[in-house]
Write a protein that binds this ligand. Structure first.
Ligand code: ATP
Ligand code: MG
Length: 352
């Protein structure tokens, strides 16, 4: 089957290092492999509005920010079509048809949505659009015949929901028109859901616990120096815990053996460093400075590229709108196929 890749991000803030390891690193790998028919990246502004209805400016302003983050991180606009969700109206129409195939009980069971509802203190006032966003996400994926979705593990329930919609659509309407999409997760466990600098289970734009790709070097360093470690590791000689320790979580996600040769040659690898920390005698400052060197090395070229791109805003918008038009044509063909499968292609009765 031809490989069609789609993934996206909500324009609710700048991209952070959790996005980088969770999804962008795999996008870059796929882009270089090049063995795909189409590769789309969608800026999910309509999904962002589901919990930001009264915060239009935040969503609007972050569309260009997220686009600049992609390009700075190395996404190549000649190999990948970046577009804006709301500029492809067919996606909303597809969502309306899919909504009839999903129960409210099923939406309420989605573990990621459940977690987010708690986090956002919606209580009983959950916007209907928010509860339904997994259905709209299924439309985004299926409108383009997507087979592969590179994401972090918080998106697995969305992929499961999408697969259920495919099965249900094929069952109910008796025609197989969608390929079954699969998630592509990072190999390293720590990258699948990078923890926040405060030790929270997930680094997330909405939680304010991020190191952003655009952060200046001093800001990055300051965040790392304040990162949550082991509260019982008070004196350097105290034995320390590696599990749940943000610095070690990040080292698990980012560190390679070469980094030791460059920045901390007294250890051969991460296992040796962890061993010493557990035994006692290794201070937090030393591991934080090591981590800082690694993160700065990754972010420096991204930051430099961003500074140049910030002068090309008009061109970037133009590219986004051009791509959205093309995406709209593709989604429209899918919609047509859906209507035929469903038998609601009434327009064929119209005499020309
Ligand atoms: P928001 O708080 O607005 O939901 P977010 O930080 O969760 O923002 P999204 O735009 O929802 O970011 O997620 C975009 C992509 O990045 C998804 O594939 C998601 O799995 C991945 N991602 C987000 N945060 C992390 C993280 N901390 N670790 C790994 N992947 C992540
Ligand atoms: Mg999210």
């Amino acid at each position: 089957m031809e490989k069609i890749i789609l993934t996206g991000d909500r324009p609710t803030g700048n991209l952070h290092i959790g996005h980088y390891v969770g999804s962008i690193a795999n996008r870059l790998k796929l882009q270089e492999m090049g063995d795909y028919k189409k590769f789309y990246i969608m800026i999910a502004d309509m999904q962002a509005l589901t919990d930001n209805a009264n915060n239009i400016d935040k969503v609007k302003n972050n569309i260009i920010q997220v686009a600049i983050d992609y390009l700075s991180a190395g996404i190549n606009p000649n190999k990948v079509d970046i577009f804006i969700q709301s500029q492809v109206p067919e996606l909303s129409e597809i969502t309306m048809y899919f909504m009839n195939l999903v129960t409210v009980a099923r939406l309420n069971r989605n573990p990621t949505v459940k977690e987010e509802i708690k986090q956002k203190d919606f209580n009983a006032s959950i916007p209907a659009g928010f509860l339904c966003y997994p259905i709209s996400q299924a439309s985004d994926i299926l409108a383009f015949g997507t087979t592969l979705v590179p994401v972090g593990d918080d998106q697995l329930p969305m992929l499961e929901q999408t697969r259920e919609i495919v099965r249900s659509f094929h069952n109910v309407y008796g025609k197989e028109i969608f390929p079954m999409p699969n998630a592509l997760l990072p190999d390293r466990q720590a990258c699948r859901r990078l923890v926040g600098i405060d030790g929270a289970a997930k680094m997330s734009k909405s939680l304010g616990n991020c190191i952003f790709l655009k952060d200046e070097p001093e800001v990055v360093k300051q965040k790392i120096m304040n990162a949550y470690t082991d509260p019982n590791h008070i004196k350097i000689s105290d034995p320390g815990k590696v599990e749940g320790n943000v610095v070690f979580e990040y080292l698990d996600a980012f560190c390679k053996d070469e980094h030791f040769k460059l920045y901390l040659p007294e250890y051969a690898n991460l296992d040796e460093l962890k061993e010493h920390y557990r035994r006692g005698g290794l201070g937090d400052v030393k591991i934080k400075l090591f981590l800082n060197n690694i993160i700065q090395e990754i972010l420096e070229p991204i930051r430099q590229k961003r500074k140049k791109l910030e002068n090309n805003i008009d061109e970037i918008y133009e590219m986004l709108f051009e791509n959205s038009k093309k995406a709209s044509q593709v989604a429209s063909q899918t919609l047509q196929k859906m209507k035929e499968a469903m038998g609601i292609d009434y327009y064929k009765f119209l005499k020309k």
